[in-house]
Design a protein around this ligand. Structure first.
Ligand SMILES: C[S@@+](CC[C@H](N)C(=O)[O-])C[C@H]1O[C@@H](n2cnc3c(N)ncnc32)[C@H](O)[C@@H]1O
Length: 251
């Protein structure tokens, strides 16, 4: 399948209203709506974004604006990019409810029409796994940073234990991938990736001083969440945040 065909298939999936509702329920109202977790994420994201003059942020594949909201809450001028208009509608609703001023742009994150060197921070959470060309995307995101700007990549390593896998799998109610979608998923190079693999690509696109943020605070809040809602499955994956800096004038 050609990259454009693949993207059209995935875009249709991410546009589905059940998939959008699922992300809002599971993350905006679920993990990020649980106060101890929200505070823990605030702490780790603030640590990730620490640096000089970090004011303009863009969140790639923002979905319902999950991470964009944190940057806006920290006072950054924030843009969220996504190719699903339905996700962006949900993001606008959530931002309005939280009284946050965020700009949203409907575009392909592998080639976002944004000016080179115009951001202090580029972030993305849980998006690289669904891109046909995550390498092109990361190269472009690095170019969007001004020298000294930060790339913040947030993700979750899937469990390998079959029991945990069963509990971690939460399909969107009312939506099932069809045969074409399942076939398309097989062509995604980062469908299952680890933070170590990402580190290599971050190096390859010219980022320096790559560091991992400790996720202890997030893990403790997940234990607390698990005690209150054992069926939620929040402890199954292993979250990570990697931060790299654009050091050079030219990439
Ligand atoms: C798993 S969701 C993650 C959403 C959000 N970052 C979060 O953490 O909740 C993946 C998001 O990436 C978006 N996406 C996938 N491929 C994309 C592409 N090529 N261009 C723009 N957005 C894309 C989807 O529409 C979806 O909103």
């Amino acid at each position: 399948m050609q990259p454009d065909q693949l993207k059209a298939i995935f875009r249709q999936g991410w546009m589905n209203s059940h998939v959008v509702d699922h992300r809002v329920q599971r993350f905006i109202k679920g993990e990020f709506g649980f106060e101890p977790s929200r505070n823990a994420w605030k702490k780790v994201l603030a640590e990730a974004a620490s640096g000089e003059n970090i004011h303009r942020a863009v969140d790639m594949g923002t979905g319902p604006g999950t991470i964009a909201q944190f940057w806006a809450e920290m006072g950054m001028e924030t843009t969220g990019v996504d190719f699903s208009a339905t996700m962006l509608d949900a993001a606008k609703t959530v931002a309005a409810q939280q009284k946050l001023d965020i700009s949203f742009m409907e575009a392909d994150v592998e080639a976002p029409p944004l000016p080179t060197g115009s951001f202090d921070l580029v972030s993305s959470r849980a998006v690289l796994f669904t891109l046909p060309h995550p390498g092109y995307a990361l190269a472009r995101w690095a170019q969007l940073l001004r020298p000294g700007g930060l790339m913040v990549l947030i993700g979750e390593i899937s469990p390998t234990d079959p029991e945990k896998q069963k509990r971690a799998y939460r399909p969107a109610e009312g939506w099932q991938p069809d045969a074409e979608y399942r076939e398309a998923m097989k062509q995604l190079p980062f469908r299952e990736h680890t933070d170590q693999m990402l580190r290599v690509v971050m190096e390859a696109v010219g980022l320096k001083d790559i560091r991992s943020i400790s996720m202890d605070a997030v893990m403790s809040s997940r234990w607390e969440h698990e005690k209150q809602e054992p069926a939620y499955g929040v402890l199954q994956g292993t979250p990570y945040i990697l931060v790299g800096q654009r050091a050079d004038e030219k990439l």
